[in-house]
Design a protein around this ligand. Structure first.
Ligand code: DP6
Length: 361
């Protein structure tokens, strides 16, 4: 514990981007440990646009663990937060700040409380995978504060227990979440396939179709799918394993046509298993469907794909353009087909990868 006085505060700040799956995770085999029924692959976004910044602080003056999200206090009593905090605390090591005269021993961490402040630089309510960036950042910043020696792979297995998709945000570039085989989840970790420089001509654009909070959360949606959809088993055991192999190859070879085919098919199959759930889950809306038609027509008319689309558990489109030129043309098309004054339910475009945040609303 503290050697000299009780008025010190030690803190660490970290920033973590969100990620978007191109081969989706949907369905758990263990709800508590958050173990998936299939591997998944994602691309991590540029932190300048969609990221969480978290400051974690420890002080003998703190009487309980507390957390604020975007300035508002939230409860830490949920099992997911508790699992992450417990796992990181058990890996804490001695920490010393000679200048401030602070020394916290491995044992000392057990008696100290934490204050956590987290901010998203994008609307949390817009359903833009905020939990992925949030839990990844929480685990990463706590590991730094507590001098945990775990590498990013091991930290990903802890972030996974906060939210499955969070494990993939510990790395940049393209990332694979290996589902693993162990019952305790020790091998269900994320691994980087290629770093962010490997395919840096891609431009990611997010069309915010609706900023309303989704009606069915990913957690309950995937539970209902696993319980009721006959299609999900076929997807998890037959379709995804083949797609994972093909997707890894497409990414390594920067093969945009194959990448697009796999990304779009996987998004469509994910929404098909949602429809196959009883009662059916509708994440996309008419505007999402119109965006798909618009991209499909354009890709066909060009002869070679210009843009891949993917939709998570909500109506917002994530559009991955093959390069800057295609991204500019895409933005022009979106503005033409969904002009801001038309009342179409498309209110802003968030453009990733060294680009701009454009509010067309
Ligand atoms: C459609 O990671 O939010 O975005 O593990 O229950 O927290 P929990 O679910 P979450 O689900 C993400 C689902 C998805 C696909 C994906 O990101 O792979």
């Amino acid at each position: 514990m503290a050697e000299k006085n009780d008025s010190w505060v030690l803190m660490v700040t970290a920033q973590t981007p969100t990620n978007i799956a191109v081969i989706k995770y949907w369905g758990k085999r263990d709800e508590n440990l958050i173990l998936p029924i299939n591997d998944s692959i994602s691309v991590t976004l540029d932190p300048a646009h969609l990221c969480t910044t978290t400051t974690v602080a420890v002080s003998p003056a703190f009487t309980q663990d507390r957390m604020w999200l975007n300035g508002k206090e939230i409860s830490l009593s949920g099992g997911r937060y508790q699992n992450c905090l417990r796992e990181i605390r058990s890996r804490a090591n001695d920490v010393e700040d000679k200048k401030k005269g602070i020394k916290i021993t491995k044992k000392g961490w057990e008696k100290l409380h934490l204050h956590i402040a987290s901010y998203n630089n994008f609307p949390t309510a817009a359903g833009l995978a905020s939990s992925a960036a949030g839990f990844a950042c929480l685990v990463f910043s706590l590991a730094k504060l507590m001098n945990a020696k775990e590498d990013n792979g091991q930290l990903s297995a802890i972030a996974r227990q906060g939210s499955g998709s969070a494990c993939r945000s510990l790395y940049g570039g393209f990332v694979k979440w290996i589902m693993g085989k162990e019952e305790n989840g020790s091998d269900s970790i994320a691994a980087q396939l290629v770093d962010e420089k490997h395919w840096d001509e891609l431009v990611i654009l997010i069309a915010v179709v609706s900023s309303r909070q989704k009606e069915t959360s990913s957690t309950s949606g995937m539970r209902e799918t696993v319980e009721t959809s006959p299609l999900i088993q076929h997807r998890a055991s037959e379709v995804v394993p083949k797609r994972i192999i093909q997707m890894e190859e497409a990414i390594r070879n920067r093969d945009f046509p194959t990448f697009t085919r796999l990304t779009c098919s996987d998004s469509n199959q994910f929404h098909a298993v949602c429809l196959d759930t009883s009662p059916p889950i509708f994440y996309m809306n008419d505007t999402s469907h119109r965006i798909i038609s618009c991209v499909e027509k354009w890709n066909r008319s060009e002869g070679t794909p210009q843009v891949a689309y993917t939709f998570d558990a909500g109506p917002n489109a994530v559009l991955i353009a093959r390069n800057r030129k295609a991204a500019t043309l895409l933005l022009q098309r979106l503005l033409f087909y969904f002009p801001p004054e038309s009342g179409a339910d498309l209110n802003s475009y968030v453009v990733g990868d060294k680009s701009i945040l454009k509010d067309a609303g």
